[in-house]
Design a protein around this ligand. Sequence first.
Ligand code: SAH
Length: 305
Amino acid sequence: MGEADDNESGAAEASPATNHGADRAAQVPHAMAALAHAAGLEISPEQAGQFDAYRGLLLDWNARTNLTAITDPDEVDRRLFLDSMLLLPALDAALLLMPASPNRLIDVGSGAGFPGLPIKIMRPDLDITLIEATGKKVAFLNACIAELGLGQITTIHGRAEELARDPAYREQFDVVTARAVASLPALLELGMPFLHLGGRGLFPKGLDIAMELSAAEAAAPLVGGQIVASRVLPGSQTTLVAVAKVGSTPKKYPRRAGIPAREPLGHLDRSMYDHSARRRRRHSAESVRSDPPRAERPAAARGSS
Ligand code: SAH
């Protein structure tokens, strides 16, 4: 309990480096640092302090505004902070191949900052742009940036469809990320325009993405992309999809706001998607029919519906 009290007093002030805090950091392994270490990532005491402040702000704002469904501090560490940090090895590898620094990353639909803000904490040299369509989330991001004292990071309240047409942003970035924003074909249309040739899209997805991936294979060449990897990250429930920018994105993309998500590119494979969805529906109907009658489906109830 002493630790929780310390956390509270530490998070309330923007001065995590009190003697007391430093002593404790030396004695008790920081929970976030331990989590990161288990995933093969090291975080400094200063970064651990920034994650503490970020978590504090997130929980505090979330009590008043709806930023994320996650409200448990350990879940914040695991499902938001660590999940975002899992992109780091692929990000570092991609940046090795890029022109000189500062490297620029854009996070589309950043929400409460994922994965862009944890990436900024871990890789402070990156120049990061966070785009978010919802004003109150942008206000939260700005509050975090100020509180954590981060530089070379910009927030933009707007939609990717519009920003990607602005010459100040189009084909200007080394890396684009987007987490839990849209299906892969939509992410390709929204994300690829931001990348210069040779840039990388890094899109964390869930485990069951076969159909989305096949639609994305058809969508990628339309927007100058090529899917170069799709791998389940070790010890996680995340498939990381990496896309290379191999050709310039035609001017007509992205289409106007809302269309990329509503009418995703990759129609050829979408028909395949529909086909397999139909097959799955038929299959499950058959397995229901071949099941022995179940108590919860009495004939009388079926007749009355
Ligand atoms: N990436 C965050 C938020 C996911 S929720 C996370 O992983 O927790 C998706 C967010 O994307 C929402 O906040 C929504 O406002 C934003 N968004 C959706 N479509 C967008 C678009 N076209 N341009 C900008 N932001 C968008």
